[in-house]
Design a protein around this ligand. Sequence first.
Ligand code: IMP
Ligand code: MG
Length: 172
Amino acid sequence: MEIKEIILGEEEITLAVRSLARELNRDYSGKGEVILICILKGSIVFASDLMRNLNFPVILDFVAASSYGSSTQTSGVVRITKDHDNPIAGKDVLLIEDIVDTGLTISYIKKLLLSRNPKSLKICAFLDKPARRKTDLNIDYTGVKIPDKFVVGYGLDYNEKHRNLPYIAVIE
Ligand code: IMP
Ligand code: MG
């Protein structure tokens, strides 16, 4: 698998992150503390850029989920391998995801977290591949919609590789 084409460069990424942060600042400032729950591992690069552009108080937390399936395809059967540390009942929660593909992973996590009675729960995803959606999931905040191609970089991996690339690229 080789890097084929850069589809989002560093500057475009910065602009997309700032624009998402503006939306979030508009909707959340003045409401108090928000728990950011980042989905490991892919979302950490995006989350670290995003949170430094937010002007409301945040608590940082993580969940890790592993889905059974091949390296480029989700099966929809999700197992939580690391749960969040902070209680979320009565709290405003923002789920931070790197990419929504079929939507099965985030739908499962959303359902689980909703059962813990947060005051609100919204989804913020850096990338969205709407062509592949298998659930009628609503993404509250989307950075960039991309075509149905497998991408790496900016936290995203192929078999754990390429997460450190500062841009988003298609591999083949
Ligand atoms: P979903 O459950 O099909 O929405 O898959 C979501 C997860 O699959 C993401 O959190 C990523 O870890 C991974 N994923 C989906 N598409 C890509 C891609 O193009 N590149 C890298 N990882 C991806
Ligand atoms: Mg992954």
